[in-house]
Design a protein around this ligand. Structure first.
Ligand code: BMA
Length: 332
């Protein structure tokens, strides 16, 4: 029997979702999803994933990253050319770059991304060029690791990232957790520690991973993550022959001074797939994949997420209500 998951009442999906989809694209596009979003120099910027040229099954001609700009974080203008085209990225070794996340630190815009290579998945961090014409890669992890997100400021003099290594042999199959690492320069990473194990998320039994860059509040770092449960009875779902996973979003609070410490966690999903564009329509149904979270001056939190690996969506919540969902860990 399918376990029913529901979104928290405090979250409101934007009524005109999706905020971006293939029909908004001035160049070939099939799936527009899993975007990173930041407020940068007076506007909202979004860098999104575009899988284009559908062939069959889960095969596409390529993946590029696109750029969109907005004055309100809701309505987006797409740049006429891709931000990073497949041709700019692809080499004999590198297959594609995808699932971008954006963080501004000291007025510099950084991008985290996943990179598929012939020898495994690498998590990358790059500096976005001032004129938004591309990126300079600063570091690439050893395989397999992805879903990196950078905190928006240095903590104790060091850059900090959340990440999701994929230790296939020692954990057995998909059983992946959320980790944290620190760096003096965004190049050398260490002091790695576990933040949250899969077993600490009641609505996941497959894997978890960082979602959007954490948002600073006076109570702690508000942190959204994705959580995956698997059900063998799901079978055919979406465009693929078999798709058994479901992706939801969870929320927790990390200690301001020591973000390796979870100080609060909501035990149920914050967002679970429910609407037609999350559950029924699209390439891989039952997917909510958060990649952006922004706190506005009036306390509204904007949450950006890919839905069904097909479109980019927006949901909002009040920061105080999100904080009150994150009960102290000791009370769970
Ligand atoms: C993950 C990544 C994401 C994707 C998700 C659901 O493993 O590939 O890009 O959104 O699966 O298909």
């Amino acid at each position: 029997m399918e376990k029913i998951l529901k979104s928290a009442d405090v979250v409101h999906r934007y009524v005109n979702n999706p905020v971006l989809s293939a029909k908004d694209m001035p160049y070939p596009a099939d799936l527009i999803f899993n975007a990173g979003v930041a407020k940068y120099r007076g506007e909202y910027l979004m860098i999104f994933r575009n899988d284009f040229g559908y062939i069959s099954g889960s095969r596409f001609e390529g993946t590029s990253l696109g750029l969109a700009r907005s004055a309100d974080g809701v309505h987006w203008d797409v740049a006429p050319e891709p931000f990073l085209s497949q041709d700019q990225v692809k080499t004999g070794e590198i297959k594609r770059i995808y699932d971008p996340r954006l963080t501004v630190i000291e007025d510099v815009l950084y991008i985290c991304f996943a990179m598929d290579t012939m020898h495994g998945v690498r998590g990358g961090i790059g500096r976005v060029k001032d004129d938004l014409s591309g990126i300079d890669i600063l570091s690439l992890s050893a395989p397999d690791n992805r879903n990196m997100v950078l905190f928006p400021e240095k903590i104790d003099g060091k850059y900090v990232r959340l990440e999701r290594p994929m230790p296939v042999y020692s954990r057995g199959g998909d059983r992946f957790d959320m980790w944290i690492s620190k760096s003096p320069d965004l190049i050398y990473w260490g002091e790695t520690e576990l933040v949250l194990g899969l077993e600490s998320v009641g609505f996941a039994d497959d894997k978890i991973g960082p979602g959007a860059p954490p948002v600073k509040t006076d109570k702690g770092w508000l942190t959204i993550f994705h959580a995956v449960d698997r059900d063998a009875s799901r079978g055919k779902n979406g465009w693929e022959d078999v798709w058994q996973k479901r992706y939801s979003a969870g929320i927790l609070l990390l200690d301001l001074k020591d973000p390796s410490k979870v100080i609060g966690q909501y035990s149920l999903p914050l967002l679970a797939p429910e609407t037609d564009y999350e559950v029924k329509e699209g390439f891989r149904t039952n997917v909510i994949f958060p990649g952006g979270m922004l706190l506005e001056a009036d306390g509204t939190v904007k949450i950006y997420y890919g839905a069904a690996d097909t479109v980019e969506c927006l949901a909002t919540a009040d920061v105080k209500e999100l904080l009150s969902l994150c009960q102290a860990v000791s009370e769970l």
